[in-house]
Design a protein around this ligand. Structure first.
Ligand code: HEC
Length: 336
């Protein structure tokens, strides 16, 4: 790489006014691609650094680029609301894969999936070949500013404009965690540690945050408006303990207006599934057509959301002991 910038024949400064947003190297190391603010997608060969093409077509700032795992295709995301696909060997556009309508800020490519985040908060996963939707993980209308894949490919993290970080399993496409950094500032950068054990977030409030990437649901929250985690668990009823540990990271008990990954649970018993106004449910939950009551909530965590409501954004989790489920339901009935 260093030779690219030392060689006099590489006129990187010819493009200084382009303001590169992102650089990406193909998996085999043969190409370098750039996302540029002037709307072009740059392609260079490596290691000589020779310009292959400045590819145009996007109607706005290009925010991100990523190569397919075989290096044959390049994907670009733009403020014009599209994701485009370019064939590297021909340096030409093959198709528009996504027309999101709002600017696309970030994209991630995995094996068989492409995840992207947009300025309207849209967070979607699609098949990179067909463009078909695999999952809609959209939570609310906060710009998505950063995304990262865990080194083993099993999880992605998504950071937004108000300091929230959501983690998602790439096996089930369900949400596994949801955090807010102490400062509430935008999360501009996210990265997993090499061993995948920690997730690092960087913002503008002069602080970086590190979370353990595994067992996120059991881990203490860095900062939250609800102080439940700081209370002595021994002083709580079993039902409250279940809720604090397993649900409160994503659900509030009442409609307090605070943003969580899941809908508030106020008035849950007798409430039709998928009916909280303004919450963006997955299609599965929106179309369930039954009410939440003792039986359906019990089944939800006896079988686990992945079996009871397949396709839901809720994380896979089972509460094995019937007493724990009964205590949780009793607590929810008293407090929602
Ligand atoms: C990591 C985040 C997360 C955790 C933890 C979590 N949920 Fe959820 N929950 C969600 C999301 C997201 C949805 C919306 C699902 C969808 O639209 O597919 C949801 C939906 C629900 C619903 C359906 C609500 C409705 O309006 O139809 C219920 C009930 C529920 N959760 C209860 C619980 C309980 C009880 C726990 C704890 C045992 C829990 N959840 C733990 C994220 C979570």
């Amino acid at each position: 790489m260093s030779s690219l910038f030392r060689k006099p024949n590489v006129k990187i400064d010819d493009h200084a006014q382009k303001k590169f947003a992102v650089l990406s190297v193909s998996p085999d190391g043969s190409h370098l691609a750039s996302a540029s603010w002037d709307g072009s997608v740059g392609l260079w060969s490596l290691p000589d650094g020779a310009l292959v093409a400045m590819m145009t077509g996007h109607g706005g700032v290009v925010n991100d680029v990523a190569f397919s795992s075989d290096g044959a295709l390049l994907y670009s995301a733009s403020a014009d609301g599209t994701i485009r696909v370019w064939r590297v060997s021909e340096a030409s556009e093959t198709r528009q894969l996504v027309q999101h309508g709002f600017g696309v800020n970030k994209l991630l490519l995995g094996s068989g999936w492409l995840a992207y985040g947009a300025v309207d908060g849209g967070t979607r996963v699609i098949d990179p070949d067909s463009g078909e939707e695999i999952a809609d993980l959209t939570l609310d209308r906060r710009p998505i500013l950063s995304m990262a894949t865990r080194p083993d490919g099993g999880e992605i993290a998504v950071g937004d404009g108000e300091g929230f970080v959501m983690t998602v399993s790439t096996e089930s496409w369900s949400i596994t965690g949801d955090y807010q950094a102490a400062g509430k500032g935008p999360v501009w950068a996210l990265a997993y540690s090499g061993d995948g054990e920690s997730l690092l977030a960087g913002g503008i409030d002069d602080a970086a945050y590190i979370w353990p990437a595994h067992n996120t649901l059991d881990a203490p929250i860095m900062a939250t408006e609800e102080r439940g985690f700081l209370r002595d668990p021994d002083a709580m009823s079993n039902g409250e303990r279940q809720f604090r540990r397993k649900c409160s990271i994503c659900h509030s008990l009442t409609d307090d207006g605070a943003r969580r990954a899941g809908p508030h649970l106020g008035g849950l018993f007798g409430r039709p599934a998928g009916s909280v106004e303004g919450y963006r449910y997955s299609e599965t939950v929106a179309g369930l057509g039954f009410d939440w009551n003792e039986t359906t909530v019990d089944q939800l965590f006896d079988l686990g959301p992945d079996h009871f409501i397949p396709g839901s954004k809720m994380p896979m989790q089972v509460i094995a002991k019937p007493e724990d489920r009964a205590d949780l339901i009793a607590f929810l009935k008293d407090n929602t």
